[in-house]
Design a protein around this ligand. Sequence first.
Ligand code: XLS
Ligand code: NI
Ligand code: NI
Length: 438
Amino acid sequence: MPKSFFPQIKPIQYEGPASRNPLAFKHYHAEEKVEGKSMKEHLRFAVVYWHTMRGTGGDMFGWGTAQRPWQTGEGTVKEAVLRARAMFEFVEKLGAPFYCWHDRDVAPHGPTLADSNRAFDTVGAELKKLQKDTGIRLLWGTAQNFVHPRYMHGAATSCHADAFCFAAAQVKKAMEWTHELQGEGYVFWGGREGYSTLLNTDLKREMDHLGRFLHMAVDYKKKIGFKGPFYIEPKPKEPTKHQYDSDAAACLNFLREYELLPHFKLNIETNHATLAGHTMQHELEVAAAAGALGSIDANMGDVMLGWDTDQFPTDLYLTSQVMLSILKHGGFTTGGTNFDAKVRRESFTEEDLFLAHIAGMDAFARGLKIAAAIRKDGRLAEFVTRRYRTWDTGIGARIEAGKASFADCEKHALKLGEVSGLESGRQEYLEALYNEFL
Ligand code: XLS
Ligand code: NI
Ligand code: NI
């Protein structure tokens, strides 16, 4: 076994904005305080097992381009244990406090469910040891209920009840290990929970099954005493044409309809938001308005490409808007900034994995500083507060308090004759104001 998978890489240090060292942080300074809290505590960065350890750069037109020393291709538990060590060496050298996994990223699929469970137990024990040795923690775990052919019609929403049971068994086991590894939360992402055509689909029945499935998960969570939140991760399409958890609003409605909302928050991903035709900030604000803003999958798409490209987030408008919403709503508690992002196919070296995460972490550190500066300046928030001031007194206050009727509104309007005092929305001015801080 190699002693190190990244022998050329030293632990990544903060060197400041003037540094020209590509393997150093220019802005992410873990212990530096912003609004009274360290950057590390604000941002709670996590590295994903799937892209970072398992990604090869392969696409439907070409083989993988990256040959990782921890991917021997055996598909054995021995290989999986080796890979776990590579993962922890990576996360430790990067200086990220958290990581995330799907069950089948960490341990191989076995020929039977019992074999898969046994493999997971062995690798899980190794993860536990590695967490203890390094202090790296699990942000969340999840089950990979979309790769295996048995899930071709979906998992919890499959037309076949046996597939539902396999999915339930996988989630049960993944929850057990998330609990054992003291994960901060547990994620449900739709995978294949949707349809390709309504010609063969009983939509209502499938949604009911998903509701049942999630109630079973809630029951099991209570049974094992797992205290962390459940998150749903919205995505509108890909791999299916339509996913039931299509965006934040659809998820919230589903959770309310099936009386699941008290048990769930949302894990919002940028590229999923844009696929749904929304901005990331829109999705964050929708989630927060329902008190369900849980965690984020930090990445970004490409405006020219219509799929989930999962690029590392390097756009400062994006990261500062995200952090503005996060700070406004009180910051992360159990959630964090999870890099559900992959290096481009052409960026095939191990060094690129570091460079990509550094790029994302620095972009978020700057986003955090920009957001804090905008908040300190106060003009933006003040503008919004002022814009709604007619609701603070008089008829506005009475409406908000539920003390006015249609008849009261009519009386008020008749008396006025016309609305006076409408003011400019000042979008262009506000965009320029925002730019002052970039
Ligand atoms: C895929 C999703 C997935 C979830 C975890 O598009 O982003 O990676 O985050 O199952
Ligand atoms: Ni995604
Ligand atoms: Ni994701």
